[in-house]
Design a protein around this ligand. Structure first.
Ligand code: GLA
Length: 385
């Protein structure tokens, strides 16, 4: 939808014009998967696609939430607390409103229209994008005085405590702090980050959506979080650590015998080795060594496939195809997995050929088509022009 069409929809819905428009991107994670809740290093970046929010005050003291993408709506008065209502999309903004009012921030009624062009539920952080665009918009509009980091922590709390997914901080951080042509190497323990030059040279970043419905994703995700906690508790019998990522691979392997459950051992092995890979990847990316970066992407995928077991036929098919295509320098699943999206570094002038061949290969094996996008690495949440 163009911004004119969105303005028009806003006027039809609310009988007034919107006074402000905000945009928050989604993200891909270049490397460092299932690391954030283990206190390690991740390397996400914000993309071109995301959530637009049009907003205007109303005089009725009501929040009216509408979406171009979903039919469900909610009209709810300004009050001192909110509770989750079913599973509808508006729980993300509602959770943000809950945090603002709980902190005693003064809010007034608003008409709000959301439009997302991220494929929904595709693992590109559409939920973090909705949370952060809402938090940023309220904070800006009402001068609520939060720092950007506070908005990120609040949005994570919405996800963990209001929605009920035990996710880490990566997605909210990436979509808030994203920088053009930079990957954010974020330490998820200290929340310090380094913006690493992502000079992709003659390559473009492709996003391939498996188009697989993600059914068990939430329960499987929470299961992985628990498995990591179990590994940590085992290691803590001898090691004074707070997170799995507090140790390198060498120390880990020396103490691996402490982990009695073989499945838990596989999960922890992925986490510790992946954390080490991020350090190598940051060095390769900033030096413009895309071949090394691509090799690390493939290694990361293999580990997620075999040790962490969050991939699947669809994602594996994309990566298997990529390995056979000399125009692809690296590929891996991105985000939580269980369907969702993969990313690939593809030679820019071969993108169309890649698209055609991958669709053919994937459809033959999986039975339906993937969707393929290309994106630049872009800025985080902002006031839209
Ligand atoms: C999801 C979560 C993130 C992170 C990734 C896996 O996107 O929201 O916090 O754990 O999965 O790296």
């Amino acid at each position: 939808m163009t911004s004119n069409q969105l303005q028009q929809r806003f006027s039809e819905l609310f009988n007034q014009s919107s006074t402000q428009t905000y945009f928050c991107p989604g993200r891909v994670n270049l490397i460092g998967e299932h690391i954030d809740y283990n206190g390690g290093l991740v390397m996400p970046c914000a993309i071109d696609y995301g959530t637009t929010l049009l907003m205007a005050p109303n005089t009725e003291g009501v929040f009216r939430l509408r979406s171009v993408n979903f039919d469900e709506t909610i009209d709810i008065p300004v009050q001192t607390a909110y509770e989750k209502q079913g599973k509808d999309w508006f729980n993300y903004p509602l959770g943000v409103l809950h945090h603002f009012v709980k902190d005693g921030k003064e809010l007034k009624g608003l008409d709000m229209l959301y439009f997302g062009n991220l494929p929904i539920g595709s693992g590109l952080s559409s939920s973090a994008s909705i949370e952060i665009v809402t938090a940023f918009a309220l904070n800006t509009y009402f001068n609520s005085g939060y720092t950007k980091l506070e908005l990120v922590l609040q949005a994570k709390s919405v996800e963990n405590n209001f929605i009920g997914l035990n996710s880490g901080i990566m997605d909210q951080f990436a979509v808030a702090f994203g920088e053009r042509n930079k990957a954010l190497m974020l330490n998820c323990d200290t929340l310090e980050y380094q913006a690493v030059d992502a000079n992709l040279g003659n390559h473009v970043l492709a996003i391939i959506s498996t188009n697989k419905p993600r059914k068990l994703a939430e329960s499987k995700y929470n299961e992985r979080v628990k498995e990591c906690q179990e590994a940590l508790a085992d290691l803590q019998k001898e090691l004074d650590i707070q997170y799995l990522c507090d140790i390198d691979a060498k120390t880990f392997h020396e103490h691996a015998h402490l982990i009695s459950n073989p499945i838990v051992l596989k999960r922890a092995t992925h986490v510790v080795e992946e954390n080490d890979r991020v350090k190598l990847a940051a060095r390769a990316l900033s030096a413009g060594d895309l071949n090394e970066f691509g090799r690390l992407m493939y290694a990361s995928h293999e580990s997620l496939q075999n040790l962490y077991e969050v991939s699947g036929l669809e994602l594996d098919t994309i990566v298997a195809y990529s390995k056979t295509d000399s125009n692809v320098t690296g590929a891996r699943m991105t985000g939580a997995g269980f369907g969702g999206c993969a990313i690939a570094l593809v030679k820019t002038d071969a993108l169309e050929e890649f698209r055609k061949n991958l669709i053919e290969y994937y459809t033959k094996i999986v039975g339906y088509e993937p969707s393929i996008y290309s994106t630049s690495i872009n800025d985080g949440v902002r006031i839209a022009q």
